[in-house]
Design a protein. Structure first.
Length: 188
C-alpha cells in the first residue's frame, strides 16, 4: 500500500497489475507482460507515487511480489534478473520510458550487509521518460525468502533526490520482507 512507502504516496492508475501475468524482458530488451509460467503460482505489481508538486516531478515506485512453486524456481528468477542487466544494459520499460547504464549486484544472506533475506540483488541506472525527461535516478532492490521474491523499484524526477527515492524503496522493501516472513512462519 502507498502508506507503506512513506508520507505523500498515493495509488497510481492503474494501481495493480493483472495477477495472471508477470513482467518478462524479451530478446529486444523490451519489458512486456506474459502469462505466468507453470513454475509461478501468482505475481502482483502495485504502482504508487508521490505526485508532482512545487516544481518537482513525481517519485514513482513499483512493488512486485511473486510466489513460485518452489524455492529453486525463485532462485532461477533471481539469477535471471541479475543476468538481464548484463544482457540488456539499456531497457524499454513501456512505451515512452527507458532505463540505461544498468548495473546489478547480488548478495547471499550474510554478504554485503544482507541480513534480511536468503538472496538479494540491487540494480541501478538512469531513467528517461518522454513525459518527464531525464536522466533521473533509477534503483531496484529484489529479495528472496523461500519461494517468494519481492522487488521494489523507484524512479526519480526533476527536483527529487536519490535519498528521497531510496527512503521509499527501503521502507517498502522492509515492509514487504516483514510481511512475507510473518506469512511464511505462520502456523498452518
Amino acid at each position: 500500500m502507498p502508506v507503506d512507502l512513506g508520507p505523500g504516496f498515493v495509488k497510481r492508475n492503474p494501481y495493480e497489475s493483472d495477477p495472471g501475468f508477470w513482467p518478462v524482458l524479451n530478446a529486444n530488451c523490451v519489458w512486456q507482460r506474459e502469462p505466468l509460467p507453470a513454475t509461478v503460482l501468482a505475481s502482483l505489481t502495485r504502482y504508487s507515487e508521490v505526485p508532482a508538486e512545487d516544481g518537482k516531478g513525481p517519485i514513482r515506485i513499483a512493488a512486485v511480489v511473486t510466489v513460485h512453486r518452489t524455492a529453486t524456481a525463485a532462485d532461477w528468477e533471481m539469477a535471471e534478473t541479475l543476468e538481464e542487466a548484463l544482457r540488456c544494459p539499456d531497457q524499454q520499460l513501456r512505451q515512452g520510458e527507458r532505463i540505461t547504464d544498468l548495473f546489478s549486484q547480488s548478495s547471499a544472506y550474510g554478504d554485503l550487509a544482507n541480513i534480511n533475506s536468503e538472496d538479494a540483488l540491487t540494480e541501478s541506472g538512469k531513467y528517461y521518460s518522454d513525459e518527464l525527461g531525464g536522466p533521473y535516478y533509477y534503483y531496484w532492490i529484489q529479495n528472496r525468502l523461500a519461494q517468494v521474491t519481492m522487488a521494489v523499484v523507484g524512479r526519480g524526477a526533476k527536483g527529487r533526490t536519490e535519498e528521497e527515492v531510496d527512503a521509499a524503496i527501503l521502507q517498502g522493501t522492509g515492509r514487504m520482507l516483514n510481511l512475507a516472513e510473518s506469512e511464511l512462519e505462520a502456523p498452518e
